[in-house]
Design a protein. Structure first.
Lengths: 492, 492
């Protein structure tokens, strides 16, 4: 056994334990008895302690020091990078700070939920201050002389920086605002879907859509949960969805979205199983897969034509004249307060707002007490609507309450990456629309699997996209895609 | 922090991790995608490694040495006993032997299942030899100068010995054989239940029966699985059942049985949560709870009268004249090859046979090659029927294939304990039958909870029963119960 073999044997167990810890989350959101909440917190805490002890194990540093990377192949060197990075990050954060963050954020979510329910920002403000202070201390421990926000962002999107995101979002913003104004000023006003749709039938069609997009039920399952998510890596990747009688698109498109996440995990080469390469490389790249499945493919004119037929077969008459009208309804643009319900034109504007505010919160430029005003002012400027209550404004998302600072920008990064991938995919699959029109996603998802998914964590996030696309990722393809799609849809 | 506090804080995390490992088993048998089998084996192996490392952690020995038991209360001293016992057992078994046993027994179950399917004992014999050899080596490491079988039995039933079981079973055997012969020679022949019963309705009634026997769905759930089981401790204890259209009693009584196991775990005082006292103290005591719920209560004349009404309400006419006839059908005695399908009269004879054979296998007195003949000869002697195929004989149970030697006798111990508990319960609840006749089990299960279940691992197994009953456990109450019940039922 070489030092590398020893390290990888140790890491293999760590990865297996991380899978177990992750599955506790799935269990909690789907099947756990409600009365088990307290015990579950202790179980998750114990698993986190075990994982933290392994990540900071002094033997890992010894093995890393003993290995000559030049004796390894590309996968071996990539494994070393991931393990070194995780180890370095873990040892920099004092154990008592990590424990305090875990303790506080396990409670803060409940305080946020209650404040949102009662529309009482002041009830949440002290908690948000505490969470921000703890994450600021963690960022300081991680950053050394570097930027605090970058240190946190790097956890979700390795290699990304606040300055880089700022430049990217600066390039997106004017064209998104212009497109939004043009669409909302158009004469055309597609109607929303009307009526109620049997929820069991929604689930059945959601299951069919997951299969249509290549989800492997032999290595996964679909359950209901309050919030849709994908969970797991390797050969056990489970997705969830929800149903609302009046909103079948919510169920169907959240399922296709989670199918994108799951197919990324399931598409990684078996050779990387239970190694650091055996999971999606970053949140941004992950979101590129969920978004391209959901939007660039799933909300395309070609695929919605197929879906129109499947929905009619399942539900009968939808009160929609033809496939063109159905396409317009699926892609209907309407301003709204809530990020998770936003259409493709509005979605990134929600993210740009959050990015600017969370950077200012972390740096202290924006005091917590001023957050509602800052949010509402910015929202009115970007969306033309005054926020009417905190749950429609700065209390709508769970993220900040559990300390997820630096997480939001990965959603828009994912959209930018999805735009790039669609452009490259269209080159590789010239008859893509003809295939999607008959509900055949095999070439599209196969191209993603072969050029991106199967490599897992082999390359850094941006390099993963660049490798698949053949060009450096940038915002142009997404903007071109959105402008072309929605100008055409709204006869502009 | 005293050494005891440190030890218990460490142990609390170990207990939480053991809960997580246990839930992996539940997940595998109920919801796991079939394609995840390989990864799951690595996950369970990693959890076992973590748990083994904690059980053998040198700090545990240091803490144990530093604690003066006289400074502790009864619960504290009991915790020390459990922790010392687990630590001593774990350090005695060489790590490479433990790993080899884990490896071999993870494969041997599949070999057994295939041999059973093809009725080919010879295909299983080499594996059984290997498993026996490994367990013999483990027993030698544990036993020192002591008895090998005792060393293994002690894992399932602390304090029990092969000699003690032999004496107990020797006292049971003649009266069980005599009762069996008398019943089978009776003129009365109650018919089996006929017809087919909707499986969804069976599940619904099973759920109702679990609630009737006090199962708390707030801290548990009922799912389907190939083999019914109860899983978990503390505030998350889940049960499973199965349905066969022609066999509603199978679904209903396996559910009541598992409800007994689950109520034991759920009934333990919260003060013992995530300590060594926070789970059932032995397999025998556990089985006393499942058996008394299923048989002494669930198959009583009083309760079956209530169930008759509930089944008629759910399924309509059962083709059975009245509650007396229903009682006779529920308790119908018929010889059969299969232990898990045996009636109360035959059940313990199945166990007595296995106990004698597994002791002889472990000692080497019975060579593996001679097992089928030895089984079939003994079976014909005890049951009056010639075994017609291995799956009806020595290949029917999974236990030996996965190295569970010393496990079988705990089933009959549980029946003996259930007999004692019924006798004491009848003293404490004089109108028990009147309550059961209206489907009210609250006093019966409440008595068990107050006198036995809530104490968890506070006392040793026999002492747990003695404390609840007010007398030393012995075989007389079970034999009296069986003779009275079945002589009356068969007009003898």
């Amino acid at each position: 056994m070489t030092a590398y073999d020893d390290l990888m044997a140790f890491q293999r167990q760590t990865e297996a334990l991380a899978r177990v810890a992750g599955r506790l989350g799935w269990d909690q959101e789907t099947v756990m008895p409600r009365g088990a909440t307290g015990q579950r917190a202790e179980e998750m805490g114990a698993m986190e302690s075990v994982l933290h002890a392994r990540r900071t194990d002094p033997r890992v540093a010894d093995w890393l020091a003993a290995i000559d990377p030049d004796t390894l192949d590309a996968a071996g060197r990539a494994n070393l990078r991931h393990i070194r990075r995780d180890h370095d990050r873990a040892v920099k954060v004092p154990a008592d700070l990590a424990a305090e963050i875990a303790r506080v954020t396990s409670l803060s979510q409940g305080i946020w939920a209650e404040a949102r329910r009662t529309e009482d920002f002041d009830a949440f403000a002290p908690t948000l201050r505490q969470v921000l202070d703890l994450r600021r201390r963690e960022a300081a421990a991680l950053a050394g002389d570097g930027d605090l926000y970058d240190a946190l962002l790097d956890d979700y999107e390795p290699g990304a920086t606040g300055a880089g995101i700022e430049a990217l979002f600066g390039a997106l913003r004017p064209r998104l605002v212009a497109l939004r104004e043009a669409v909302l000023g158009a004469e055309k006003r597609p109607p929303a879907l009307a009526g109620h749709y049997d929820e069991a039938a929604q689930l059945q069609l959601a299951r069919e859509m997951a299969e249509t997009f290549g989800y492997d039920f032999h290595r996964g399952r679909l359950d209901r949960a309050v919030h849709p998510f994908s969970s797991g890596s390797g050969s056990d990747v489970r997705i969830t969805t929800r149903t609302v009688a009046a909103e079948p698109f919510n169920c169907l498109y959240s399922t296709i979205h989670e199918t994108g996440h799951a197919c990324y995990e399931l598409g990684i080469d078996d050779a990387h199983a239970l190694t650091p390469l055996g999971q999606g490389v970053s949140l941004g790249v992950h979101e590129s897969q969920s978004r391209i499945y959901e939007n660039q493919l799933g909300r395309s004119r070609a695929f919605t034509g197929y879906l129109f037929g499947r929905m009619q077969a399942m539900f009968g008459d939808l009160g929609i004249a033809d496939a063109d009208a159905f396409y317009a309804t699926v892609n209907r643009v309407a301003p709204g307060y809530i990020r998770t319900e936003a259409d493709e034109v509005h979605y990134n504007l929600h993210i740009l707002l959050r990015f600017d505010l969370e950077r200012a919160l972390l740096s202290g430029d924006l005091p917590v007490a001023d957050l509602p005003d800052a949010w509402n002012t910015r929202f009115e400027k970007d969306f033309g609507v005054r926020v009417d209550r905190p749950s429609h404004g700065c209390l709508q998302d769970v993220h900040w309450s559990v300390g997820l600072i630096g997480y939001f920008p990965t959603y828009t990064l994912g959209n930018v990456y999805a735009g790039c991938l669609l452009q490259a995919m269209k080159q590789a699959v010239p008859d893509l629309d003809a295939q999607l029109a008959r509900g055949d996603t095999a070439a599209a998802t196969g191209w993603l699997r072969d050029n991106l998914q199967r490599h897992g964590g082999l390359r850094a996030p941006r390099a993963t996209i660049a490798h698949a696309c053949g060009f450096e990722p940038n915002e142009e393809p997404l903007l071109d895609y959105l402008e072309t799609k929605f100008r055409s849809l709204y006869d502009l």
